[in-house]
Ligand binder design. Sequence first.
Ligand code: ZN
Length: 186
Amino acid sequence: MGIFDTVRFDPPRTCPNCGTTISEVQTKVFDPGLREYRVGDVIYGSPILSGVIREDLYCPGCAAMENSERRSVWFSIWHTLLVGVYDDPSEAEARLQTVDRAELLDYLARHQSAALTWHDRFSRLYGELQNLHDFQQRDENDEAKREDLRFFRIREILDADDPLGELISNNRPQNPEDETEVSRED
Ligand SMILES: [Zn+2]
């Protein structure tokens, strides 16, 4: 298999042969690094600045029925930005002419919002870890430490049988995009 990237379809595509829902395609046409892309993402190591690139589309439904008909998708790349995924190369080509500023702004807003979400998650995790560590470093007989506001804020973690486990569980990914991250842990 080797290293590949994944392009996620949003919305998912339906296989024209068998009707199976296909939510992603794996590809090695970029600079593979196990990255996950959606329309609106800049492609790292795109072999072209702007244009159309073909990739085989694997359908698990067709594979199960041993239907070997080869299907493809075409990526539209505009200044290394993935602006669309199409079943037809001429549609993908046409897409390059229709990218407008409002769309670019939407992509930008989406990435900024995602960055904020990650920032908040990291800050919370870091803060709780720091407080737990500081609590554990304090003298066991230090009665005042319970009253410290920082420790009061993480009292549920401190009161658990396994504080670190409680902290990890408190910081589980919430947003749907991270479900794979959660299931991998289980
Ligand atoms: Zn199929």
